[in-house]
Design a protein around this ligand. Structure first.
Ligand code: T4K
Length: 375
């Protein structure tokens, strides 16, 4: 069956409009639109509590938060990172005149492979920037051990990891800083938005200055900061959105389980295996098209598209294929065989709270019905 309207890879959860109106009325009444207004302050505190972290600084989006996180820790030189991510991860390095050094991913989590980090360290290395891809935790212990041995900072791109816990605690507590995205396509959204999770009040203070042009008082500027502030409309939406987040994640969980059950017997289709010690947020549902599937990954992708299923190949092409990265020696294919392999196999299927069980069944039926002749 072909749907009249596309079924998107994701769709934001929208709370009832009438519940948002009182927030808008308060903004209209107060005329306080941005610059650490009351909704901004409230969201910082309720989010920190929900996430189980002590200090959090809100941002206008995740990319500006990444750029600022690097500034906050005064990172320079070279940073070890992954090619298997959204371009914002490494663009944040280029915006700081830092050279990305790419290291391959591991075959289970698709996150930076810690066994490959040490050989990429040079005298210019100052930090590691891994991502918790699809919200699944990196090997945080091993990464921290390397960072401690070599005196490196760790900044996690945690754009996908909202609400994820690892060994009973927030995953966001690992590393020196973690950066979240609250973009419309994420599990939790504020239209656009993001945050930096920081370990102490002093670091948060510096980050707060940096996101407000570097102002540390009416007539004192301590650094060439940027405008990274979250507005009152974004923050108000975030407060309301938080009331629904547990429902949203449990609906995603149910979809994840249904996909796994239905896909289990289709030869040539594999899913990410069990992730131990973790409560997940089910932000993405990647499948991998193996060589014993009747048609290629791209042929399946096109077939889904023809049927109005807007699946996506996150993350293909690899970051290292783009012109601003491909000349780097660490970007060469032979250095990144696992990432190159995975990028050619992946398709992220639709997962979001508005998706129905019937739609999941239809999507899987399309995948199951493929014969060699469909190529
Ligand atoms: N680090 C990582 C690891 C990231 O994944 C991202 C963002 C960042 C950093 C940067 O954080 P932000 O600066 O964005 O806060 C999307 C998002 O734009 C991007 O935020 C996200 N990662 C990336 C993985 O995906 P596109 O180009 O795939 O988005 P787009 O517009 O094609 O949207 C995907 C689907 O979502 C659409 O087909 C329909 C649906 N959609 C989208 C929007 C924007 C809606 O239903 N409503 C909407 O408002 O990049």
């Amino acid at each position: 069956m072909k749907y009249d309207k596309p079924i998107y890879v994701t769709q934001p959860f929208m709370p009832p409009l009438e519940e948002f109106m009182p927030y808008l009325e308060r903004i209209w009444e107060s005329k306080w639109l941005t610059n650490s207004g009351p909704f901004h302050e409230k969201l910082e505190s309720v989010l920190a509590e929900y996430l189980g972290v002590e200090h959090l600084s809100l941002f206008t989006n995740g990319t500006i938060a990444l750029i600022t996180a690097l500034q906050a820790l005064r990172i320079t030189g070279e940073v070890i990172t992954t090619p298997y991510s959204f371009v914002a991860t490494t663009h944040s390095l280029l915006w700081n005149n830092i050279e990305p050094v790419f290291v391959d991913i591991d075959s289970k989590t698709f996150n930076l492979d810690p066994r490959r980090i040490e050989e990429a360290i040079t005298p210019l290395t100052t930090a590691i920037m891994p991502i918790h891809c699809y919200g699944n935790p990196c090997n945080v212990e091993h990464i921290q051990q390397i960072a401690d041995t070599y005196g490196l900072k760790v900044i996690y791109d945690a754009a996908h990891a909202f609400g994820v816990t690892y060994k009973g605690e927030s995953l966001l507590k690992h590393g020196d800083l973690s950066v979240l995205s609250f973009h419309a396509t994420k599990v939790y959204n504020t239209f656009e938005g993001g945050a930096i999770i920081c370990p102490d009040a002093k670091t948060k203070q510096r980050i707060d200055y940096l996101k407000n042009f570097g102002y540390a008082g009416e007539d004192t500027v301590i650094a060439a900061g940027i405008n990274g502030k979250m507005s009152e409309i974004q923050a108000a939406f975030g407060i309301l959105q938080l009331e629904y987040i547990n429902e949203v994640i449990s609906r995603r969980h149910a979809i994840d389980m249904l996909y796994r059950k239905l896909l289990a017997d289709i030869p040539g289709i594999t899913c990410i295996g069990e992730i131990t010690d973790t409560t997940r947020n089910y932000s993405y549902f990647p499948i991998f098209i193996e060589t014993n599937y009747p048609i290629s990954r791209d042929a399946l992708y096109k077939k889904l598209r023809r049927n109005n299923i807007s699946a996506r190949r996150y993350f293909y092409p690899l970051i290292t294929c783009y012109p601003m990265y491909r000349r780097l020696s660490s970007a060469q294919k032979e250095n990144l065989s696992m990432a190159n392999d995975v990028a050619l196999k992946v398709i992220c299927l639709p997962i979001h709270p508005n998706l129905t069980d019937e739609q999941v069944v239809e999507i899987v039926n399309l995948i199951a019905a493929v014969k060699g002749a469909d190529a």
